[in-house]
Design a binder for this molecule. Structure first.
Ligand code: ADP
Length: 321
């Protein structure tokens, strides 16, 4: 306030004020300097508005968005649970057969210790694999605070593909990844980014249910700012890190192109129509954009995400001399 006042500049301030009864209220304060015809300063004219309710409503909206994102994530994981169980069963089955083999070895008099050591190494590796699957799942089921951190989108892609690995095999869907080397990090919540990508991949699989099994394919690309990715993708000139998920499914009709991002818009018999709405909310909350196009060659749709790169502030920037 003092800085603006001394410079006779307009100001906008937001602060808490303790009322006579000891209760704090949020206040939005605007001031504009007034001058007479000769330019002499006459003081300020302004307003002080109590915005406590507005702040509360905003906080409530953020909380509800987080709840909705969590709900839709859990629903989606419910749909995937069959293949997730399979993902866990694989290492467990392998551990069991390795342990049984070890028991058989031990029943003999001349135990081959080298062989036994190999079996134990396998058991440890498989156990770690099962542990990692559980770890990835726990993270997604957890109802945590949104935690923004520096993230490598390529790692997010790899983690999500591990999670849907057997689901894709069950549906005969091939995946190709074109991950940009030296991708700058983004500033984002890991779980929410995984959720968005998971959703786009699940949708891509759904869209290909009528595609010939041999033609079912998803291409996941990441692209550094100003880089070039897959065919037909324009280079992104706005300093954003981008990610795209292309499928060979039914594509998107002109009328659905925008309204599919609205909540409860679905063409699936058991769909909720929340996936894309939640994805767009998440990406917008991260300062990014999510949109869709139809592919030129081969048909199908492509979903694009652009997120601001987390560029480190150069040393000394923003500090006072
Ligand atoms: P849901 O999957 O429950 O229907 P979404 O919000 O994720 O909810 O998707 C909304 C609709 O957008 C889908 O029902 C479908 O019609 C359309 N859609 C989403 N992804 C694709 C895609 N990859 N190809 C074609 N249509 C899609």
């Amino acid at each position: 306030y003092a800085r603006s006042f001394d410079a006779r500049r307009p100001f906008t301030l937001e602060y808490r004020l303790k009322r006579h009864d000891g209760i704090y209220r949020h206040v939005l304060d605007n001031g504009v300097p007034r001058f007479d015809e000769d330019g002499a300063f006459l003081g300020y004219i302004g307003s002080a508005v109590d915005i406590t309710e507005l702040r509360r409503a905003e906080e409530h909206a953020v909380q509800q968005r987080t709840e909705l994102a969590h709900l839709s994530r859990v629903t989606m994981l419910g749909e995937l649970s069959g293949s997730l169980a399979h993902e866990l069963n694989q290492p467990l089955t392998s551990i069991l057969s390795n342990a049984q083999a070890a028991q058989r070895f031990l029943a003999h008099d001349d135990v081959d210790l080298g062989e036994l050591r190999e079996i134990l190494t396998d058991i440890v590796a498989e156990d770690k694999r099962a542990g990692e699957v559980i770890q990835r799942l726990r993270l997604l089921f957890k109802k945590g605070e949104v935690q923004q951190q520096r993230l490598d989108l390529n790692v997010v892609v790899q983690d999500v593909l591990k999670l849907v690995h057997s689901d894709l095999i069950n549906q005969s869907v091939a995946v190709e990844t074109r991950l940009a080397p030296a991708l700058p990090p983004i500033h984002a919540d890991r779980v929410q980014m995984q959720q968005v990508l998971l959703n786009l991949i699940v949708n891509a699989c759904d869209a290909m249910s009528h595609t010939r099994a041999a033609d079912r394919k998803i291409v996941v690309c990441t692209q550094a700012p100003n880089g070039h990715a897959g065919d037909g993708d324009p280079p992104d000139g706005d300093g954003s890190v981008s990610l795209s998920v292309a499928d060979r499914g039914c594509g998107i009709s002109a009328e659905r192109m925008e309204n599919m991002f609205e909540p409860f818009v679905t063409t699936k018999p058991h769909g909720m129509g929340l996936g894309l709405a939640v994805c767009r909310t998440i990406i917008s909350a991260h300062g990014g954009r999510l949109w869709a196009t139809n592919n030129n060659n081969g048909g199908g749709a492509c979903f694009h995400i652009a997120l601001p790169a987390d560029v480190p502030v150069p040393q000394g920037a923003g500090s006072y001399p």
